[in-house]
Design a binder for this molecule. Structure first.
Ligand SMILES: [Zn+2]
Ligand SMILES: [Zn+2]
Ligand SMILES: [Zn+2]
Length: 110
C-alpha cells in the first residue's frame, strides 16, 4: 500500500470515486490497472470501450504489483492485498462490491 496522488482512472462516465457507467453502486469504488496498457480503468467494459485491444489478465507472478485503486481513499493496493482484503479496503475500511469476485477471471490469472 502506498500513496500515489496523481493516478488518473479512465472509463465511461467515471466519477471521482471511480464509479462508472457500467458499475455505480455505493460499493463499486475500485479501479484496476490493466497490464496490457499500464492504465487504470474503472472496469473491463470501460477498457473495451476506450481501447481497441484485448485485455491481458495479470499473471500470478505479478500479483504483488500495485494494480488496484480505491476510489474512496485514493490509495493503491497490490492484487494480493485486494484478493486478501475480504471486500473491505485495508486502508479506509470502505466496503467493496463482493460481486466483483465473479469477474476476477477477467482481470487476474486463476
Ligand atoms: Zn489495455
Ligand atoms: Zn465501466
Ligand atoms: Zn480505501
Amino acid at each position: 500500500m502506498s500513496e500515489i496522488p496523481a493516478i488518473t482512472v479512465y472509463g465511461t462516465g467515471v466519477n471521482a470515486r471511480t464509479q462508472c457507467a457500467h458499475w455505480h453502486s455505493e460499493r463499486d469504488i475500485i479501479a484496476i490497472k490493466f497490464k496490457c496498457c499500464d492504465t487504470y480503468y474503472a472496469c473491463i467494459d470501460c477498457h473495451r470501450e476506450a481501447t481497441d485491444h484485448a485485455p491481458i489478465v495479470w499473471p500470478r507472478a505479478e500479483f504483488g504489483k500495485e494494480a488496484i485503486y480505491c476510489g474512496n481513499c485514493r490509495h493503491t493496493l497490490s492484487i494480493n492485498d485486494y484478493l486478501a482484503c475480504d471486500n473491505t479496503c485495508p486502508v479506509c475500511q470502505a466496503a467493496f462490491n463482493p460481486g466483483c469476485a465473479k469477474h476476477y477471471p477477467l482481470y487476474f490469472a486463476q
